[in-house]
Design a protein around this ligand. Structure first.
Ligand SMILES: [Zn+2]
Length: 140
């Protein structure tokens, strides 16, 4: 009859291959247990105003810290991408007019001569304009 043992990590019982030497049911439990027992390194921020102490250089982040930092970065990039996509797909007509848009419109309405784009230039190569004040079509 084989005797089972309790895994030190997951608590599941297992049949050890070598009695006494084995504490975990699997290699993954062994490595997970080892990882979880590692002390969490604090990131040390250099102190700017200390006169006597040299600034403490931040320790290299552990792999797990690197991963979570990368995760934060990716999340931020994701949000920016979504905002960009929103702007991209929103038709201009549905966007609320900005102050600049209104100023542009005012300037446009104030201008007396409006270019007419669906008329060909005249024989002198001049562009057709609509004179808002007289209602005439002129070239210049
Ligand atoms: Zn286990």
């Amino acid at each position: 009859m084989t005797k089972t043992e309790i895994c030190n990590y997951c608590g599941g019982d297992y049949i050890p291959k070598r009695r006494g030497a084995q504490k975990f049911c699997s290699n993954s439990c062994r490595s997970l247990n080892w990882k979880n027992n590692q002390p969490i390194k604090e990131l040390k921020v250099p102190v700017a105003n200390s006169k006597n102490e040299k600034p403490v250089i931040a320790e290299k982040p552990s792999l797990q810290e690197k991963m979570s930092l990368a995760g934060i970065g990716n999340a931020a990039v994701g949000v920016a991408a979504v905002e960009l996509a929103k702007n991209f797909v929103t038709p201009n007509a549905n966007k609320p007019a900005t102050k600049k848009d209104i100023e542009d419109l005012k300037a446009f309405l104030k201008s007396r001569f409006l270019p007419i784009y669906n008329l060909k230039k005249d024989v002198h190569g001049r562009t057709a304009y609509y004179d808002v004040q007289t209602g005439n079509l002129i070239y210049f």
